[in-house]
Design a protein around this ligand. Structure first.
Ligand SMILES: Cc1ncc(COP(=O)(O)O)c(C=O)c1O
Length: 495
């Protein structure tokens, strides 16, 4: 690490004058400084360099970070799965989401293998809302993933992907009667979220003359801010009451329990606690209500290699491996499975852990700035409208070329006309210039599904497979989102 004093330009007399602006305006009011003379002086200094404040900047020259072992020099990412990023930009434009098929498939395999090596009756239902691009769902279904959906719309998407309705887990706080009837007919895994939904399902099942297989969503205290908006609380006895009501209805068959602790859970111990509580509860239900619990669904929440704004250490260094998550869940179940009437299946609903690291956002520097206080900023062509997770995470930004200069501290902004369009603050990066192409890593979770056209249309998504790139989604144009608009006759533009 070296400290240098930034070279400054020649002092501009105009700036000196600006410093004593207050004094001058006083003199002017007293008639001592002729305005005409000032104009002439301005003309003579027009050719001079503008004044830039002296600034002390910290240079990092490849020093090692004792926490992660990684050098503090910037990372470069000239290729994604062997495909040159700059060439992707020339062909598909910038910004551009790039999906790695290889990464997606290998994440799924890694997770399911870790689970099944410990507990063979394990299944993964991919959480659609994380990223429901057809190409992405299709890859995961090819690998064997079931679908986890939270609305009638997502349910329909899963059916369109050709998935067997019996392999759809249907969560969510708001399901319409039509949604519920379709799920009952399809024998999907229906997860009840409220007493209202119990009553609604009872009357639907009775009117259709067929019992519905259901599970309830349980929320519990595991030392993490509880997601108590969802399901029935365990500790208060509410979850037990819900189960008693379902069992006594005669028209519903309770065969599963569901719990989703939260998202980006960086402590696998929470899953150990959650499954232990769920096992205890399931065994109590089997004993007290004489039912058979066929599956336990522990939801999603497994972290990816991103770093929260509140984290000091890098996410990649501290998040559990998929094997550790599998261990935390499967070991207690292995031990206690024999206590059940029949060994229950284990279902997980990961989203982030499967897709986040498979997607990068390629972007280009469009401008560089120097603030009045000397700090530097760059503006890129990707804003928070296509990267909303920038509000949560310190997304890693890589250069596609080795700039070879010491790093500097910069703020990175998107192009939107809002001051809150901030991608990173005070991040150590090489001195990027207009035109440099950058790669923002690990953006596959919740960005494409939560992106919106705002000021700019949404960019294309391409898939890299076998060394080539294909569209997964074409770039949007104004036509795409305007075509739903209707202009009443009296507002028609006269041409
Ligand atoms: C019920 C349910 N299951 C699965 C998920 C996926 O979570 P994650 O992407 O954190 O794995 C969510 C997301 O919040 C969820 O609400």
């Amino acid at each position: 690490m070296a400290t240098t004093i930034k070279k400054t330009e020649i002092q501009d007399p105009l700036s000196l004058e600006a410093n004593s602006k207050e004094a001058n305006s006083k003199k002017r009011r007293n008639g001592k400084v002729p305005v005409q003379g000032q104009e002439e002086r301005k003309k003579t200094v027009n050719h001079r360099l503008t004044y830039e404040k002296p600034l002390i900047t910290m240079h990092s020259l490849g020093a090692t970070n004792k926490y992660t072992g990684r050098a503090l020099s910037s990372i470069t990412c000239p290729e994604i799965d062997g495909v040159n990023v700059a060439r992707l930009v020339s062909k598909f434009g910038s910004p551009l989401y790039v999906v790695s098929e290889e990464n997606l498939r290998s994440k799924y395999k890694e997770f399911i293998q870790a689970l099944r090596s410990l507990y063979p009756e394990s299944y993964i239902a991919y959480s659609y809302k994380t990223n429901y691009l057809s190409g992405i769902c299709s890859i995961l279904h090819q690998e064997g993933a079931w679908a986890e959906v939270v609305s009638g719309l997502e349910y329909e998407m899963a059916l369109e992907m050709g998935i067997d309705p019996a392999k759809i887990v249907f969560n969510g706080t708001h399901k319409t009667s039509d949604d519920l009837i379709r799920a009952i007919k399809g024998n999907s895994m229906l997860h009840i979220d409220s007493f209202n939904e119990i009553y609604q399902l009872e009357s639907l099942a009775i009117s259709k003359g067929r019992p519905a297989n259901v599970a309830i969503r349980v929320n519990m205290n595991v030392g993490y801010p509880p997601w108590n908006k969802f399901g029935f609380n365990l500790e208060s006895g509410q979850a037990f009451e819900a189960c008693r009501r379902i069992v006594s209805s005669g028209s519903l068959r309770l065969n599963g329990l569901h719990c989703h602790v939260g998202t980006y859970i960086a402590d696998s111990g929470l899953y150990h606690q959650a499954i232990t509580k769920l096992i205890d509860f399931a065994l109590k239900l089997e004993k007290d209500l004489n039912i058979q619990i066929e599956y336990l669904d522990l939801g999603g929440g497994y972290a990816s290699a991103n770093t929260l704004h509140s984290q000091f250490l890098s996410g990649a260094a501290i998040i559990p491996t998929l094997e550790q998550y599998a261990n935390a869940l499967c070991q207690p179940l292995r031990k206690r499975a024999g206590e059940f009437k029949r060994k229950p299946r284990l279902i997980l609903e990961p989203g982030r852990a499967l897709v986040d690291e498979a997607v990068s956002l390629v972007t280009t520097v469009v401008a560089t700035k120097r603030f009045a206080d000397g700090r530097k900023a760059i503006i890129i062509d990707a804003g928070v409208n296509i990267l909303p997770t920038a509000y949560w995470f310190k997304h890693e930004i890589a250069s596609t070329q080795d700039i070879g200069s010491p790093l500097e501290t910069v703020n990175v902004y998107g192009p939107l006309c809002m001051q809150i369009d901030v991608i990173r603050t005070e991040v150590r990066l090489p001195p990027f210039q207009k035109g440099h192409v950058l790669v923002i890593k690990n953006v596959g979770a919740y960005n494409i599904t939560q992106s919106m056209q705002f000021i700019y249309a949404r960019p294309a998504v391409v898939l890299i497979h076998n060394g080539k790139a294909d569209y997964l989604r074409l770039p949007e144009s104004a036509k795409d989102f305007r075509h739903l608009e209707v202009i009443p006759d009296h507002l028609q533009v006269k041409k």
